[in-house]
Design a binder for this molecule. Structure first.
Ligand SMILES: O=C(O)C1=C[C@@H](OP(=O)(O)O)[C@@H](O)[C@H](O)C1
Ligand SMILES: C=C(OP(=O)(O)O)C(=O)O
Length: 437
């Protein structure tokens, strides 16, 4: 799916205006399919993200014997098979580009009676898996990876699991979730602690599916041996997709944009706090709830930004938003400092290096550090940047191009479909200058 041949030409458009709804939340969509598949009964998912990542997860469960219907776009009916009803797949399970898919599946598959092999695309095949293999092994799982601890993963079935107490060395909702999902199959209590609280969708959704679980910021614990009961899931709009428009409207003079019904889980909205520190004008309206998650309409208006020191405490709450934040920093007056974000180096690309290279080629002064960057805002030139197949990098440079002095060619953009299908159309519709090819 990594289409190095695909590129965009992005250039100054007009002030962004309008009201839009971005696609469904990726984290919630992955988990809704997983828990729906393992539940007793039928789960209806609405607002499902029609992205390559989440479709890959649905396909994997179909390979494992789960019937999933698509009555309409963004809707899925998952016919749950119960905790012990999955069937072995003769072929490898392809998670595509999705770290979330693979790491959470490792937890689910560790509890099965049969063996499975998890594979991914070129980018996923470079991402670290020891972070799930090590703690799952302590629970009794047997998982083989390549020598470097990267995919493919061979997950051995028939291994009795037992609960453990585990403190994560890095803040990762994926690792936490893998352990909790394995914990469904484990004897005794699985208790996970985090160095900084991360998104708690797995915990919230397990509770919604009727599994007894105790959790609070930075900790979660559950016992094996219960039952998941199907429940409908209404997926809110993805804050991480909304983020591109929050930054774009903040930096393009004259913009005024409303993003409807955006998921506002506090473990996701760190970018709001960071942008406000930089002087952004973003208002929350019509606060409500959807599928057990807080949602709000976000009204963002252009405002001149100034540099800031991004507090390290915000990092886990905006982990996927740094590429967009780097663009905001490049458009701001003065210096922005990011630290405590070494995890960015093991995402779909090394996001610190990829953003630094791209911004430099647009004339921005940026200094990389091991765990962040120091970015000096200033005028952006046109040029050519390489996304390295990373969806969030591609979309971030589409924003940068809106304020650049000449067009920007953005290479290797096909993976935008992993998290944000329809981005080009939606962005062009509100004023972006953005064209495929
Ligand atoms: O649990 C999840 O759904 C996710 C957790 C984060 O990854 P880490 O757990 O590696 O920080 C995030 O980057 C990813 O996009 C989605
Ligand atoms: C890091 C991301 O996703 P994943 O880890 O699921 O590939 C992301 O979407 O930015």
């Amino acid at each position: 799916m990594s289409g190095s041949t695909q590129h965009w030409t992005a250039s100054r458009g007009r002030a962004l205006r309008g009201t839009i709804r971005v696609p469904g939340d990726k984290s919630v969509s992955h988990r809704a399919v997983m828990l729906g598949a393992l539940a007793e009964g039928t789960t209806r998912i609405t607002g499902f993200l029609e992205g390559e990542d989440t479709r890959a997860t649905a396909r994997v469960f179909e390979q494992l014997g789960v019937r999933i219907e698509t009555p309409s776009a963004s809707e899925r009916i998952v016919h749950g098979v119960g905790l012990h009803g999955l069937r072995p797949s003769a072929s490898a399970l392809d998670c595509g580009n999705a770290g979330t898919g693979m790491r959470l599946l490792a937890g689910v598959l560790a509890g099965q009676r049969f063996d499975s092999t998890l594979v991914g695309d070129a980018s996923l095949s470079k991402r670290p898996m020891r972070r799930v293999i090590d703690p799952l092994s302590r629970m009794g799982a047997r998982i083989d990876a390549t020598g470097d601890g990267v995919p493919p993963l061979h997950v051995h079935g028939g291994q009795p699991l037992h609960g453990i107490e585990y403190t994560l060395p890095v803040a990762s909702a994926q690792v936490k979730s893998a352990l909790l999902l394995a914990g469904l199959y484990a004897k005794g209590t699985t208790r996970v602690r985090e160095p900084h609280p991360t998104r708690d969708y797995t915990e919230r959704m397990l509770q919604a599916f009727g599994w007894p679980i105790r959790f609070g910021p930075g900790e979660a614990e559950l016992e094996g041996g219960h039952v998941l009961r199907a429940t409908d899931v209404a997926v809110p709009a993805d804050f991480s997709s909304a983020a591109f428009f929050l930054v774009a409207a903040s930096v393009i003079p004259g913009s005024r944009l409303t993003l409807e019904r955006v998921g506002m889980n506090p473990r996701r909205t760190g970018l709001l706090a960071a942008l406000r520190l930089m002087g952004a004008d973003i208002r929350e309206e019509n606060a409500g709830e959807q599928g057990g998650e807080p949602v709000a309409d976000l009204r963002v208006s252009y405002a001149p930004l100034h540099g800031a020191v991004v507090p390290e405490s915000l990092v886990p709450d905006m982990i996927d938003e740094f590429p967009a934040l780097f663009v905001a920093a490049a458009c701001a007056t003065g210096t922005t400092t990011v630290s405590g974000a070494a995890e960015l180096r093991v995402k779909e690309s090394d996001r610190i290096a990829t953003m630094a290279a791209g911004l430099r080629s647009l004339g921005v002064a940026i200094e990389e550090t091991p765990d962040g960057a120091i970015i000096l805002g200033g005028p952006l030139e046109g040029g050519r940047v390489d996304s390295h197949g990373d969806h969030r990098i591609a979309m971030s440079f589409a924003i940068a191009a809106q304020v650049a002095q000449a067009p920007v060619r953005i290479d290797d953009v096909a993976n935008v479909a992993t998290s944000f299908p329809g981005f080009v159309e939606l962005a062009s519709g509100v004023g972006f200058g953005l064209e495929p090819g």
